[in-house]
Design a protein around this ligand. Structure first.
Ligand code: HEM
Ligand code: FES
Length: 439
């Protein structure tokens, strides 16, 4: 109680209010966004911090924490904020800042120094006509465009449990399933990422790049197979590497999108691993790829037949939370207009509160591709809401205000499917929060 916790990167010092609080509890109490995908269960490691000072003032490691440290070979200064309880002053630094970074954590569990075979989906995405664009624009403008392109098109890879493996010139390469997952899950993640990338490029052309004459286009090739994964290279400079024939084939499939004038092509192995009933497919090709004896069967991927919850949420989220503060402001104004009596429950300043809420919404959309942690996190959030004085009857008011805010903020960047998806997602979030909170 009264221990001083300093967050070095943001230069903030706060005090604990009870002796049983974990570092994560203290962040939350003080409105400091702190990722905690499993809701403080010691399982996801997203809440990890580096302890810069006062490590002796933290409670000993729990068994969960010991297991995580051991698997990842962390140095002793890294602790899980949800498990460590301060008994004196400490200075910490949060290590995982964005949900996207969570995906990079997958690389920690990849073998060091040798490669192991893993079944993965590989996606190559190429920016069309880049040489022409490069010859017609100033270097500065090209760099600006490339950064926009890499950011917008990288997000769908990260949101679908993939990792951005490499940028090669004007190409982005994503891999799905480096730490496991079924063949179907890895292929589904990859095609959802491919469709999300198309959507993101379309949005980019209509928004940030609308004043630039050239419209960006992409070509995407997706393959599935067993590749070698590991940290390879000179002992002083090892790199995360994915090697093998399925990777080369994915690159060649991407090349075929040029000759066939298609946007997304998937290989027959991807096709076979998917539930084909949910997909809209276009043309089929039997093409001989460079360096291959036999022709390969390729399918043009057009989209999902019905509303796909994850794709709709992912595709709308970046536009929706482009100005997080504005989103939160509109939302809370609506809540307090409809239910002025709940105003008194909020103790924090509303900017901090808004930041926590939008951070959480973003986290929920990211976590939908690995739902095992999400349910735990939401159940815990539901229980905290009982402590905040929130009654079950308040949830419909908040849901309505949220849907209206989403609709207002998205303006003409939404369809009926988008609102449908948010409606379904909010029902899931609220049901999970309420499930064990109100007996
Ligand atoms: C869609 C469902 C909801 C989500 C995702 C959500 C999210 C959050 C988050 C992330 C926090 C920050 C603190 C924490 O992580 O524990 C929070 C706090 C809070 N929420 Fe919610 N919430 C939801 C529904 C509601 C409802 C229905 C109410 C009722 C009015 C409510 C009232 C509050 C209050 C009073 C706090 C604490 C504020 C403080 O300590 O000053 N929330 N919520
Ligand atoms: S391990 Fe701490 S929140 Fe998941």
């Amino acid at each position: 109680m009264g221990n001083k916790i300093t967050y070095s990167a943001i230069n903030r010092r706060v005090e604990s209010t009870t002796n049983s609080q974990s570092l994560l509890d203290i962040s939350q109490e003080n409105g400091i966004p702190h990722l905690h995908e499993c809701g403080g269960g010691g399982l996801c490691t997203t809440c990890r911090v580096r302890v810069l000072d006062g490590i002796q003032n933290l409670s000993p490691k729990t068994s969960f924490e010991n297991a995580s440290c051991h698997a990842r070979k962390w140095d002793p200064s890294i602790r899980l904020a949800c498990q460590a309880r301060p008994k004196g002053d400490v200075t910490i630094q949060r290590l995982i800042w964005s949900s996207g970074e969570v995906n990079n954590l997958q690389k920690e569990l990849v073998p060091n120094g040798h490669a192991e075979e893993r079944p993965i989906a590989i996606l190559f995405c190429d920016l069309r006509n880049f040489t022409k664009i490069a010859s017609q624009n100033l270097n500065f403008d090209i760099a600006y465009m490339l950064n926009k392109f890499y950011t917008a098109l990288g997000e769908p890879i990260l949101m679908n449990n993939g990792i951005i493996y490499q940028y090669v010139g004007d190409e982005i390469i994503g891999v799905f399933g480096t730490t496991g997952g079924t063949a179907q899950k890895n292929c589904e993640d990859a095609i959802r990422a491919g469709l999300g990338m198309q959507y993101a490029l379309d949005t980019l052309n209509r928004t940030d790049l609308k004043d630039i004459e050239i419209k960006l286009k992409s070509g995407i090739g997706i393959n599935f197979g067993t590749a070698y994964i590991g940290h390879l290279g000179h002992p002083t400079h090892k790199q995360f590497s994915v090697i093998g024939d399925p990777v080369n084939v994915a690159s060649r499939i991407q090349n075929e999108t040029k000759t066939t004038d298609t946007n997304i092509l998937i290989s027959d192995t991807v096709y076979e691993n998917l539930d084909q009933d949910i997909l809209v497919l276009g043309q089929e090709f039997s093409n001989k790829l460079a360096g291959k004896e036999d022709p390969m069967h390729l399918y043009e991927l057009v989209g999902f037949k019905n509303m796909d919850l994850q794709l709709e949420l992912q595709s709308s989220m970046n536009v929706m939370l482009k100005d997080e503060e504005e989103f939160a402001k509109i939302f809370y104004e609506k809540v307090f207009e409809q239910a002025p009596f709940v105003r008194a429950l909020f103790r924090k300043n509303m900017t901090d509160q808004g930041r926590l809420l939008t951070h959480m919404l973003g986290g929920i959309v990211y976590s939908l591709s690995r739902p095992e942690h999400l349910k735990r996190g939401l159940a815990k959030l539901g229980k905290s809401h009982v402590q905040y004085g929130v009654k079950a009857a308040y949830y419909p008011i908040v849901k309505q205000a949220m849907l209206e805010t989403i609709s207002e903020v998205l303006e003409n960047n939404k369809t009926e499917r988008t609102i449908d998806a948010w409606n379904t997602a909010l029902d899931f979030v609220i049901d999970t929060m309420k499930e064990n909170a109100y007996a």
